[in-house]
Design a protein around this ligand. Structure first.
Ligand SMILES: [Mn+2]
Length: 327
């Protein structure tokens, strides 16, 4: 198989029959400004070794997730078609039920997505990004700046994008024309407008996270940094909503170019990857038909209650474990 072994994310054990597969795709030939996301696949895995396996955000432990990190796809650089065929070859061999991809630049998303669409495993798509990525062509039609455009051409369901704050004005008209739901960074992520967002997030199967959706003060090392981004907390809320309501199949995390394993960006991405594994684990737990029927039966107006229940566990835990301090 065309994969290269690496230090496994959160020291996960190598398993043949894991429910969730982790793959690095160190392809960065389309980055148009800063480049070097091919190295992220190494640095963020090492950075994961510095974090706790148990998340204080979701109160879950990544060691309870049945995942296996299979290493990095051995992609040829500069040849997009060859890279795509190697990615497909590896996906066909591993047959992941659910997948976490570490990029690489954003042009890897259409490569991965196309296989899942062909197999009818992915219908709806959500991208978190500072940029619209909706250029028809940007030097080449497979530039990272054309990601969403290529995605919209191939998916059968709905596409949505959140966090955008850098685009030519005509892109917004085109997004509407193509039926893409969009929220700018200034409209906020779910923390502010929960009910409007979960009607989008609750249906997604493929979540693509461009790290530049975050404010550059949190993750400065990305290909195209853009000020006025969202917080890590907002991003994690999207993940928790998607795992509570949706049927997540694939998450990719792309465009980071950390300069070392100890950089703020590497640590932040490792943090996102831990929550992404936990989200995919929750999605797997909710895979059975009974649960999906129940999910459809709950009217969207009651969705906030379901999420409140998820977070209630956190506060009850906090109340239990914190002794009253003597004054
Ligand atoms: Mn971007």
């Amino acid at each position: 198989m065309n994969v290269v072994p690496t230090f496994p994310l959160f020291r996960g054990k190598l398993m043949e029959d894991a429910n969730i597969i982790v793959l690095g795709i160190p392809y960065d030939s389309s980055q148009s400004y800063g480049s070097g996301s091919r190295f992220a696949v190494h640095y963020v895995r090492i950075a994961s070794d510095s974090l706790e396996e148990r998340s204080s955000f979701s109160h879950r432990d990544v060691r309870d997730v049945n995942y296996s990190d299979r290493g990095n796809v051995d992609v040829p650089f500069g040849d997009r078609e060859k890279a795509k065929s190697v990615v497909h070859e590896v996906l066909d061999e591993l047959k992941p039920e659910r997948l976490l991809v570490i990029g690489g630049d954003h042009s890897i998303t259409p490569m991965v997505l196309s296989r899942f669409v062909e197999k009818n495993l992915v219908e709806n798509y959500l991208q978190l990004d500072a940029h619209t990525d909706f250029y028809e062509t940007f030097g080449t039609p497979y530039s990272h700046a054309c990601t969403l455009r290529r995605v919209v051409e191939m998916i059968k369901g709905k596409a949505a994008i959140m966090g955008i704050r850098s685009y030519p004005p005509h892109h917004l008209d085109e997004l509407e024309e193509y039926g893409v739901i969009y929220h700018t960074a200034f409209e906020g992520l779910p923390t502010q407008r929960l009910s409007r967002h979960i009607s989008v997030i609750g249906k997604i199967n493929y979540l693509s996270i461009d790290v530049d959706v975050l404010d550059p003060s949190i993750a400065p090392e990305v290909g195209n940094p853009e000020p006025l981004g969202r917080s890590l907390y907002d991003l994690l809320r999207v993940l928790s909503l998607a795992s509570t309501y949706g049927d997540l199949r694939v998450i990719d995390v792309v465009e980071a170019i950390p300069s070392s394993a100890t950089s703020t960006t590497a640590i932040t991405v490792a943090y996102i990857l831990r929550e992404a594994l936990i989200a995919l684990g929750r999605a797997y737990e909710r895979r059975n038909i009974f649960d999906s029927v129940l999910r459809d039966m709950v009217p969207p107006v009651l969705y906030p209650l379901r999420e409140a229940a998820y977070f209630e566990t956190d506060s009850s835990r906090r109340n239990r474990s914190l002794p009253t301090r003597a004054r």
